[in-house]
Structures are given as structure tokens and as C-alpha cells.
Design a protein around this ligand. Structure first.
Ligand code: NAD
Length: 252
């Protein structure tokens, strides 16, 4: 097998694949030989050539219809990347209950909806894999991110539980924990800051390697976890965070 053909013959679903990290994952899996379907609120933003389906991961009927459309188009589903997610800012005092429910519904329950709709197809795959996008927020306490962090911690725990439930069905389940990544999401956060340049400098400085994470770097980790070559890797996570979780450097 050539190094660019590891996903040949496989079909991947990437939620939130029309922007940022998801778009980079869709592109990386396509490069690796997969046929990729993007499920997104904004399918028109997906890169040309991808099978883009309108779907809201917070809506079960919409998810089931989208998974059916992918299965009908390609005849199989081997890989699911649960990447769609939204942010939330503030401490526990800052978000009303309905915002807690809304963000959990997308970031956590969305993973359950998409995965359970795809499972009948994954069970038939010779190398089924689910990869969930968690975050550095799941493993490090960040200020003003209480609700978001709670959802991403849940993603990490859910990943392990799913890995245990589906191991013997041949479905591996892993997570990727990106540090602050240079995506439209972070672009929106920066442009809403009082001083976007200072805010970007502060985010860069928070990274031990001194810069934001590239979406393509996260995509390479997802490709590793999704690959048929990673058959012994399940129930774990890879941090792609420039060392933010594990390292303690002295100030320069
Ligand atoms: P982004 O906003 O650039 O892209 C998110 C995509 O998800 C968009 O295309 C959006 O339309 C789609 N989406 C949002 N809600 C959806 C829904 N209900 N149903 C279907 N699609 C939906 O964001 P990003 O920065 O690429 O983030 C992607 C994932 O990575 C998220 O889960 C986020 O929590 C995680 N993450 C991001 C960073 C970062 O710094 N950017 C760091 C760690 C983790």
C-alpha cells in the first residue's frame, strides 16, 4: 500500500467539515484516498468535490437523513469524525440553563446522534473508526470557559465509554485534543476582542511552542486515529496542542 492510499476504498463522514479543523480533516482524508462526506449546517461552504449534506447534529431526524444520504451515495460508511462543535464563554455564572442545554446538545449529544445513526454501517466495515474532537479545555483548566470545558470533558469520557462498548464489534473510538487552533472560529473570537492583535499575541504566548496550532496538524492526528493501520489504538486521545497540556517551560 502506498503512503497516500491508506484510506482507499473507505468512506468517511466529517461533521462540521465545511470550516476550520473539519475542513482540514476532510481534505486530509481525501488526500489519503477516502471518499468524504461532510455533514454541516452550511454545506455550501464545503470544499468542491466533497459530498456535502445539510445536517444539524442537534436534530436527530436531520442526522439520520444525512447518514442515510451518505450510505445511499457511497454504499458504506467506515469512518466517522465527530468534529462539529460550538464555543461558549464565561464562568458558571454567565450562561443561563438553556445555553448549557444548547451547547451540550451540539457538542456532546450530537456525537451520540451521529455515531448511533452510523453504527449499523460501521459494524459492517473491515476497519471502522470514530474520532471525536475534544479540546485542550478537557485536560487543562482555562479561565472563562466553564460550559465549553464541561462539554469537551464529556467528549473525552464519552470517547472511552464508546470505545469499550464497540471494541468487540470492530469499531475503534478515539479523540483528538487540539490546542487553540488557527481557524475561522478563533478568527471570530479575535475580531470581537478589544485589541485583536494583542489578543492573538496572548494566545500565541500561551502556547509552549509560541504559535497557534494549524488545522492541518490536527487533521494529521485524526488521520492517524482513523487509519486502518492503527488497529490497536482505541479509547485514547492525542493532544495536538504545542505541549500545552504536558509541558512546563520556564519563561524565556
Ligand atoms: P469552525 O467554527 O471553524 O467550524 C465549525 C463547523 O461546524 C462549521 O462549519 C459549522 O457550520 C459546523 N457546525 C456548527 N454547529 C453545527 C451543528 N449543530 N450541526 C452541524 N454542523 C455544525 O470551528 P473549528 O475551530 O474548526 O472547530 C471545530 C471543532 O474543533 C469544534 O468541535 C471545536 O470545539 C474544536 N476545537 C477547536 C479549537 C480551536 O481553537 N479552533 C480548539 C480545540 C477544539
Amino acid at each position: 500500500m502506498s503512503s497516500t492510499a491508506e484510506f482507499d476504498g473507505l468512506v468517511a463522514v466529517v461533521t462540521g467539515g465545511a470550516s476550520g479543523i473539519g475542513a482540514a480533516i476532510a481534505s486530509r482524508l481525501t488526500e489519503g484516498g477516502a471518499q468524504v462526506a461532510v455533514l454541516d449546517l452550511n454545506p455550501d461552504d464545503a470544499a468542491e468535490g466533497l459530498f456535502a449534506v445539510a445536517a444539524n447534529v442537534a436534530d436527530d431526524a436531520s442526522v439520520r437523513a444525512a447518514i442515510d444520504a451518505v450510505a445511499e451515495r457511497f454504499g458504506r460508511i467506515d469512518i466517522v469524525v465527530n468534529n462539529a462543535g460550538i464555543g461558549a464563554q464565561g464562568s458558571i455564572e454567565d450562561n443561563p440553563d438553556d445555553e448549557w442545554h444548547r451547547v451540550f446538545d451540539i457538542n456532546v449529544v450530537g456525537i451520540a446522534r451521529v455515531s448511533r445513526a452510523a453504527l449499523p454501517h460501521l459494524r459492517k466495515s473491515p476497519s471502522a473508526a470514530i474520532v471525536n474532537t475534544s479540546s485542550i479545555a478537557a485536560t487543562a483548566g482555562l479561565p472563562q470557559r466553564a460550559l465549553y470545558t464541561a462539554t469537551k470533558g464529556a467528549v473525552l469520557s464519552l470517547t472511552r465509554a464508546m470505545a469499550a462498548d464497540h471494541l468487540r464489534e470492530g469499531v475503534r473510538v478515539n479523540a483528538v485534543n487540539p490546542g487553540t487552533a488557527d481557524t475561522p472560529w478563533v478568527g471570530r473570537l479575535l475580531s470581537s476582542a478589544e485589541d485583536p492583535a494583542a489578543e492573538r499575541a496572548a494566545l500565541n504566548a500561551r502556547q509552549p511552542h509560541g504559535r497557534l496550532v494549524a488545522a492541518s496538524e490536527v487533521a494529521d492526528a485524526v488521520a492517524y486515529l482513523a487509519s486502518p493501520r492503527s488497529g490497536s489504538t482505541t479509547g485514547t486521545s492525542i493532544a495536538v496542542d504545542g505541549g500545552m497540556h504536558e509541558l512546563r517551560l520556564r519563561p524565556e
